[in-house]
Design a protein around this ligand. Structure first.
Ligand code: 13P
Length: 303
């Protein structure tokens, strides 16, 4: 059973070995933290609470520091850990990012794990940057997630038609490259592309219902056999349930969920502006629905 002291690296390994999902909920607005951590505790479910640059810069997560403070104030750490999501080397607009400072900041702010995203770089550079982050974070005893392949959707331009993307396998993680990447970087968890796409974060698309994505499970199996470490699915909102359940059996141990809980919060506020409590209740309802949908109620007892 998990205690407040169990390292997240160990918890993720148990999840991977036992085919249990650890959902990772993105905090797009600071008041979302409370309903997330309260629901986890009530439902005895273990999850990650996470925040990425777009949550801070485009929505209302304020800063990495505010999220860490609020999280440490409210969370019962038997049921969650705090993760720094998507520190990009090149961001969704094609701009270079000072990733080293952001990773260092995350480690200083006591994020339990961090993600470096070099997926917009050529393979060699992605390997070099990821290796550097792994060396740094491991000195602090924190696991690292990296990404290989292209999980589209955060870019401001229109997404290619989903069916075309799925059929062509455009951007899918290459199993051979994944094997080499994991061996050379010693990364702990790998985010892969197998048909999953991120929900939009800009323009009118960010308020629209997200496409219902599918997953290429055969392709997932090929990757999983090559790498043998916990795999991560980004773009978790709206993926068809049967695909997620099959993916969990085949190496997916963490799934990021942003859009569906952000929209629950925003929709509620647009109906009843100023009623933060009602918006929090709607986030709690959505978190509860997802916990049931992916069969992770009571996962704390099983991990
Ligand atoms: P969605 O917003 O599509 O759920 O994706 C979240 C995510 O992957 C954050 O890293």
């Amino acid at each position: 059973m998990i205690t407040e002291k169990t390292p997240i690296g160990e918890i993720m390994k148990r999840a991977y070995e036992n085919g249990i999902l650890i959902p990772a909920f993105n905090v797009a607005y600071l008041p979302m933290i409370k309903p997330i951590v309260d629901t986890l505790k009530r439902m005895h479910t273990f999850a990650l609470v996470e925040v990425a640059r777009p949550d801070v810069e485009r929505f209302g997560a304020k800063s990495f520091q505010s999220v860490a403070e609020e999280y440490h104030k409210l969370a019962d750490r038997n049921f969650s850990r705090l993760h720094l999501d998507h520190v990009p080397v090149i961001d969704e607009e094609g701009k270079r990012v000072d990733w080293k400072s952001l990773i260092k900041m995350g480690l200083d702010l006591e994020y339990d794990s961090v993600m470096i995203d070099g997926s917009r770089l050529p393979l060699e550079e992605n390997i070099a940057v990821t290796r550097e982050v792994v060396e740094l974070a491991h000195r602090f005893g924190r696991p690292v997630e990296a990404e290989l392949g292209a999980v589209f959707g955060h870019e401001s331009g229109p997404l290619p038609p989903y069916e075309e993307l799925f059929r062509s396998g455009k951007g899918f993680t290459d199993p051979q490259e994944a094997e080499r990447f994991v061996k050379e970087t010693k990364v702990d968890w790998l985010s892969i592309a197998i048909g999953n796409v991120h929900g939009a974060i800009s323009g009118v698309a960010k308020d629209k219902k997200k496409v219902s994505a599918r997953l290429n499970i055969k392709h997932l199996k090929r990757i999983s056999q090559k790498v043998g470490i916990p795999l991560v699915l980004h773009g978790g909102s709206g993926i068809k349930r049967e695909y997620v359940l099959e993916a969990i059996k085949n190496g997916i141990s963490k799934m990021n969920i942003g859009t569906s809980i952000r929209q629950a919060y925003e929709r509620s506020l647009s109906e009843k502006p100023d009623d933060i409590e009602r918006a929090q209740e709607n986030v709690a309802l959505e978190v509860e629905r997802l916990i049931k949908e992916y069969e992770v109620e009571g996962s704390w007892e099983r991990l």
